[in-house]
Design a protein around this ligand. Structure first.
Ligand SMILES: C[S@@+](CC[C@H](N)C(=O)[O-])C[C@H]1O[C@@H](n2cnc3c(N)ncnc32)[C@H](O)[C@@H]1O
Length: 357
């Protein structure tokens, strides 16, 4: 079919949809710059401000701020008022400014563009089949992941998720041994270690960048109940050690998830509990199509999750949406666990599985 035969309206619609993604790329970069410069915090509660007022408040250059502010208004992230004044409404502050207090905070997930060398390696991965591990993605990947996944874990995990598990809070309160496998920057580990000072916590991650990030926070918070290991999930002790173990958003990133699950089974005490958090997804792609952000999840998968899960020859390659409830139940049973309970804590991106020997 020649292009001349294409319905012009359909062509316009399709082109618009493609250019919208380019616009998304540009707006993403602007959100990252705004986040880096603390502009959303400066706008939060300030009412309608001019570029000159924002420059005065932040010490940044007015002309640059005016272009950024107009772009943010064009993206409908700021309200525009006559006389070139711009306002961040409370709803915008919840998503873009309030990292410590809002479950909807999202600005930390934006990172500007990927380094060209990483893009080159991803292009090569389509030819070789071998992807990049989280370590290969560099120190920024650990930081970005932590900021993207942090708000939910920091605000919900200890107060609302742990109490829903059978007997776990009691054990952690009275002094237990627990682990976070694939701990990344350690948001969940830190939250648990400071809430339960009598329990000893072990963090495992094969990425040195992630463990370094975790170590900085252990030192900042003066925690003496955390030990960290630059090691993958297969390295947990092979005798019953843990009363409680978590894997948060990482089974689908592993090259050998089956082996890690069997190792976790051996490391669990007979009455121990393993809490898995993994991406909310369905076995059938068509059912996942209802997720309006599905294309973003596939982007995460190719650029990070599936890439990590294929970063060694023979990797399982589950990817971001690959550890759905049916797969989780089957693989934990195959790994020797007998009890499986799904929890839906209304986390928009994740489901939780309480798994016991
Ligand atoms: C998406 S991050 C999640 C980090 C952290 N659990 C969180 O919720 O913030 C996935 C982590 O899994 C780690 N990972 C990948 N393969 C692993 C393996 N075989 N064993 C343990 N961790 C692994 C990566 O290095 C990365 O830090």
């Amino acid at each position: 079919m020649s292009h001349a035969d294409i319905d012009p309206d359909e062509l316009k619609r399709y082109s618009f949809s493609v250019w919208s993604y380019k616009m998304g790329e540009m707006v993403s970069l602007m959100i990252h710059i705004g986040d880096r410069l603390g502009l959303y915090q400066a706008l939060d509660g300030a009412g309608a401000v001019s570029a000159a007022e924002l420059a005065e408040k932040t010490g940044l250059k007015e002309r640059w701020l005016l272009e950024w502010l107009r772009g943010q208004a064009a993206a409908r992230l700021l309200n525009y008022h006559d006389g070139d004044r711009f306002e961040l409404l409370p709803v915008g502050a919840a998503v873009l400014a309030d990292e410590a207090g809002s479950l909807s905070f999202a600005a930390g997930a934006f990172s500007g563009t990927m380094p060209p060398e990483t893009v080159d390696k991803l292009v090569d991965a389509f030819k070789t089949g071998i992807g990049l591990s989280y370590q290969d993605l560099g120190p920024n990947a650990a930081h970005r992941t932590e900021r993207m996944l942090g708000p939910w874990t920091r605000q919900e995990f200890v107060p609302n998720i742990l109490p829903a598990l059978d007997g776990v809070v009691e054990k952690l309160d009275s002094g237990a041994v627990a682990a976070d496998v694939g701990c990344g920057g350690g948001v969940a580990l830190m939250a648990m270690a400071s809430a339960f000072p009598d329990t000893e916590f072990h963090g495992y991650d094969p990425s040195q960048h992630a463990v370094d990030r975790c170590q900085e926070k252990v030192a900042e918070q003066n925690l003496d109940n955390v030990k960290l290991f630059v090691a993958s999930g297969e390295s947990v002790p092979s005798d019953p050690t843990y009363d409680f173990l978590i894997t948060f958003d990482c089974i689908h990133d592993m090259t050998r998830p089956g082996e890690v699950i069997s190792s976790i089974r051996k490391s669990m005490k007979p009455d121990g509990t393993w809490l898995i958090k993994d991406i909310r997804s369905q076995p059938d792609f068509k059912d996942n199509m209802r997720n309006p952000l599905l294309a973003m999840f596939y982007g995460f998968s190719v650029s990070a999750c599936m890439s990590s899960a294929l970063s060694e020859p023979g990797g399982a390659g589950l990817g971001t949406l690959g550890f759905n409830p049916a797969v989780a139940e089957r693989m934990t049973k195959e790994g020797g666990f007998s009890r499986f309970r799904l929890h839906d804590f209304e986390d928009p991106s994740n489901l939780y599985y309480e798994v016991r020997p």
